[in-house]
Structures are given as C-alpha cells and as structure tokens.
Design a protein around this ligand. Structure first.
Ligand SMILES: [Zn+2]
Length: 245
C-alpha cells in the first residue's frame, strides 16, 4: 500500500492555509540574479501528481494564482493545458482534479498492453548496440534495487527499463503516446511492485524481454510484453478491490 504523501515546503504551507514561505536565499553582494519565473503549469501538474491537490478537489483560479505567485492569466493558461493532458476536468464548480476509477485504470492498462507490446516488438527489430547497453544497464540497476526495501526506488528503476525499451523502438510517435499514457498512470501512485512475488517475477520477465530483444525475436518480445503488462493490470484491479489505488 502506498503511503499518502505529505506535501512539503511551499505546497504544505498552502495546503494548510498558511502563507507560502519565502525560501529563496539572498544573492551574494553585488550579484544581480535573473528573476525566477514561476511556471504555474509545472507547479500545478506536480501538485496534482504528488497528491497535494486531491482527486475531485476544486481548482480555484484566484487561490492558485496566489499559490503560484503569478497573476490569473498564466494560471488560466496552465489549467487549459492540464485539461488537455487529461489531469483535470470541467464541472459545474469550474475545474476539478480528475477523480480516479477502476474503469479508467482498466482503460489505461488496456491501451498500455498494446503500446508496450508494439514498443517491445519494434525494439527487437530496430535496436542498436547502444540501446542494448542502455537496456542492460537499466536491468542491472533494477536487479540491485530489488534487494532494497524502498518501493519508489524500485519503481524508478522499473520505469527506466521500460523507457529504455521505448527508446530502442526508435519510434517518436510511439514514445509520445507512451509518455502521455504514463502521465495518466501517475495519477495512480500505488505501485504493482509491492504485490507479493511481483518484484521477483517482474525481474525475470524483464530478463526474458531483454533476451528476446537482443535476439531480434520480434514476436517473442511482443508476447512477453503483453503478458508482463496483462499481469500488471490484474494486480492493479486486485489492488482496487482492496482499496489501494
Ligand atoms: Zn516491468
């Protein structure tokens, strides 16, 4: 079960209704600093993904402008982009953070299974020697991380391996779609790697995928990715049943 993250620093202060602390250190005497530009889109996106703004919570322009330290216009622009990303949606109360649902996680994974299988197949067909080195490096790092108890470190290493497969596909549109999909998935912070036995089986499946890619076995690589991500979907649905999502 993923622990609910506690907002830190400025976000925490705002979440608790306090004014944001001014943490910016003073510049050395005589040094003119370039003005720091707040990027409301990145700030709000990070706040949604780390749970500072909870699913279903309203996003009030004037409060967000204050939180980001900018005027309302850039906040409005940021909200439009976040709606296009599928992270927020309109309601009768204005924008709200998109709620999570088992239907959505099912839909995301169904698409993911197909795209990851295609990435794995294409990686088997098109990979270079550098791609193989990157994949081997990611697999070794992930192998080391499975011995550690920090699930976020393991999740990071796991993602590195899959991103290395994406890169080895050398297909820009495919990587684009997978990136977009992973943005949707990051709204579901619990990781399937904490399910009993999943870390070990995942590691073995990653090894087999790498072998198939290395051997240019396109069908084999696609099949392995399909079963790897179908298993992840099954775990996700089981987690939902247990209220972990
Ligand atoms: Zn994996």
């Amino acid at each position: 079960m993923a622990a609910k993250r506690t907002p830190s620093g400025k976000a925490a202060a705002v979440a608790q209704g306090k004014p944001a602390p001014k943490a910016r250190p003073a510049a050395p005497p005589g040094v003119r600093r370039p003005a720091l530009r707040a990027n409301p889109y990145e700030m709000l996106k990070a706040g949604i993904l780390d749970g500072t703004f909870e699913p279903g919570s309203p996003l009030v322009e004037v409060q967000l402008a204050e939180w980001c330290g900018v005027s309302r216009t850039p906040v409005r622009e940021a909200l439009t982009r976040l709606e296009q990303d599928g992270l927020i949606q309109r309601s009768d109360r204005g924008y709200v953070v998109k709620a999570r649902s088992p239907e959505e996680i099912f839909d995301i994974y169904e698409v993911r299974v197909v795209l990851e299988a295609l990435a794995s197949r294409t990686a088997a067909e098109r990979h270079t020697r550098v791609d193989l080195l990157r994949l081997e490096h990611a697999l070794n790092a992930w192998e080391k991380a499975t011995g550690r108890s920090d699930p976020s470190e393991q999740q990071k290493r796991n993602q590195e391996f899959h991103r290395a497969v994406w890169a080895a596909s050398h297909s820009e549109p495919l990587v684009d779609l997978l990136e977009r999909l992973s943005l949707h998935l990051s709204r579901y912070p619990a990781t399937t790697l904490t399910a009993p036995g999943r870390r070990e089986s995942s590691l073995e499946e990653h090894r087999q995928m790498l072998d198939a890619i290395r051997g240019r076995d396109a069908d084999g690589a696609a099949e392995l990715a399909t079963s790897h991500f179908t298993a992840a979907l099954d775990i996700r649905l089981a987690m939902f049943e247990q209220d972990v999502f």
